[in-house]
Design a protein around this ligand. Structure first.
Ligand SMILES: Nc1ncnc2c1ncn2[C@@H]1O[C@H](COP(=O)(O)OP(=O)(O)OP(=O)(O)O)[C@@H](O)[C@H]1O
Ligand SMILES: [Mg+2]
Length: 482
């Protein structure tokens, strides 16, 4: 007895053959065709338990056929394969109600596994509501590398849900862009998208920024001001650089997420909230937790679905597409359409791009504006890369010789991150806390949570230590000596 009949539609004979073999070997009964008409005939005759279909077929596009299949047999799971491998393919497949989307070339064992899951009826997704304009020429996310395919598949799935997502990735990898895609193609796209950057707001203002404040709640609060939660009602709230959120605010945020309601600063009446939360950070939240800088319970609340954006150096095959994308953008802004030599792209692939896509974007824009030639040659790229490199190696290639140098470098980078602007006020307190926290934690760990000994070690008065532990919200665990 076969485990189920799998209908396969793909105009590529080779693909039909390998799928046929792999599925038969796994105990299924496969039936394959090279066109959409036959697939439709089988389906409408009630045959098959699961469908695997290519998108572009000689007689009809599967995205046009799928709605008819869904109408005739809503329970029949459809797996879509495509070599087009763009974000839009993944999103369209999800939006049409496909069970799963598999970019080509696919891994045979994965196809078999997906078929098994589809037949077992696991994780069947609800049908999507109405479609956004999927037609748009320019895709919001560029790149066809395997790493990006993974992201597209996850995004396609996530746009159909309201789940909380935390995006982790180095600076410039596209975290904010991905958050916007989740909103713009998700169920809440008619609602607002509100972003708040935890690293850019003075810590004492974060709560009032998030939750709003009443008139007279604190000095300077002259009118009632709505917070970002209120502004984002019915839409998405993007908590950027969540790893930089102060602990007190974390506690407050956690409570709001647990209870689904909040009060403004100075207010009493609880306000119900209906927002989808997307968070992002360039930090490693697990190590933040270990250092006591991030609440573990909040982490689990936010990290319902973790999404890791790969650094550009892990997907250099996307560099060509990205460069051409940025050149087209520049052309639209009036720079004149430029092209780039293949050898020049190869040269760009060899560069480490520590600032990721943002750095590449700035580089392309600068070079595009600087040179009047229609074609960017390898020589031009070489010359411009030589400009970028030495500055960096002078600062970050060698190990810092002591703690002071480490802090100096950190601060230089920190200031550089604001460009011509200054960081938000309150820098002294922020930096001192950042040093004080790990220092006290280290002393307490070394003395196994014995505050008397930790105070001695630090050369601090015991009461001072106790009040600093409280102020910094450090959790002290006493463990017996071995
Ligand atoms: N896959 C991509 N396709 C096209 N453009 C991209 C892609 N990823 C990033 N970008 C562009 O790179 C720039 C940086 O992206 P974004 O601001 O989303 O990164 P980020 O991870 O939030 O960075 P940071 O950590 O510095 O805040 C933006 O101009 C964005 O449009
Ligand atoms: Mg960002």
């Amino acid at each position: 007895m076969a485990r189920g009949t799998v209908l396969i539609a793909d105009d590529d004979t080779a693909i039909r053959t390998v799928l046929n073999q792999a599925l038969a070997r796994a105990g299924y009964a496969p039936r394959a065709t090279g066109n959409a008409a036959t697939l439709w005939r089988w389906v409408s005759q009630g045959e098959g338990d699961v469908v695997i279909t290519d998108v572009v077929m000689p007689d009809e596009n599967a995205f046009d056929l799928i709605p008819r299949i869904k109408k005739a047999r809503p329970e029949l799971p459809i797996i879509v394969m495509s070599a087009q491998n763009t974000l839009m393919t993944a999103l369209t497949a999800a939006e049409k109600g496909a069970y799963e989307y598999l970019p080509k070339p696919f891994d045979l064992s994965e196809v078999v596994a997906v078929v098994g899951r589809a037949l077992a009826g696991q994780g069947r997704r609800p049908r999507a509501a109405t479609s956004p304009e999927m037609e748009s020429e320019e895709l919001p996310l560029i790149g066809r590398s395997p790493a990006m395919q993974e992201i597209y598949r996850a995004l396609a799935r996530l746009t159909q849900t309201d789940l909380t997502v935390t995006i982790q990735g180095e600076s410039g990898t596209g975290k904010e862009l991905v958050a916007r895609v989740l909103h713009d193609y998700g169920k809440r796209r008619q609602g607002p998208f509100v972003a708040i950057n935890m690293a850019a707001i003075p810590r004492e203002l974060i709560e009032s920024e998030l939750f709003g404040h009443e008139k007279g709640a604190f000095t300077g609060a002259q009118t009632r001001t709505p917070g970002r939660f209120e502004q984002a009602e019915g839409g998405t709230l993007f908590l950027d650089e969540i790893g930089d959120m102060p602990l007190e605010a974390q506690t407050r945020l956690l409570r709001v997420l647990q209870q689904g309601e909040y009060t403004t600063v100075g207010g009493r009446t609880p306000i119900k909230t209906n927002v989808r939360i997307i968070a992002a950070t360039h930090r490693d939240l697990r190590s933040q937790i270990q250092q006591g800088l991030f609440r573990e319970d909040l982490y689990y609340r936010l990290n319902v679905v973790p999404l890791r954006l790969p650094p550009l150096r892990e997907r250099v095959e996307d560099i060509g597409d990205l460069v051409r994308h940025f050149l087209r953008q520049a052309a639209r802004e009036g720079l004149g359409q430029k092209s780039i030599e293949t050898a020049a792209i190869e040269r760009l692939k060899a560069h480490p791009w520590p600032g990721n896509v943002r750095e590449l974007e700035n580089f392309v824009r600068r070079v595009g504006a600087l040179y009047t030639q229609d074609t960017l040659t390898q020589q031009i790229i070489e010359q411009e890369l030589a400009e970028v490199l030495p500055k960096r190696s002078a600062t970050s290639d060698s190990e810092p010789k002591d703690f002071t140098e480490l802090v100096e470098r950190y601060l230089a980078q920190y200031f550089a991150g604001f460009g011509k602007e200054l960081p938000p006020p309150g820098l002294y307190d922020r930096v001192i806390r950042q040093v004080e926290y790990p220092l006290l934690s280290a002393a307490l760990t070394a003395t196994r949570g014995n505050q008397i000994r930790a105070a001695e070690l630090l050369g601090l008065n015991r009461n001072t230590l106790r009040s600093r532990i409280k102020a910094l919200d450090i959790r002290v665990f006493r463990t017996p000596m071995p």
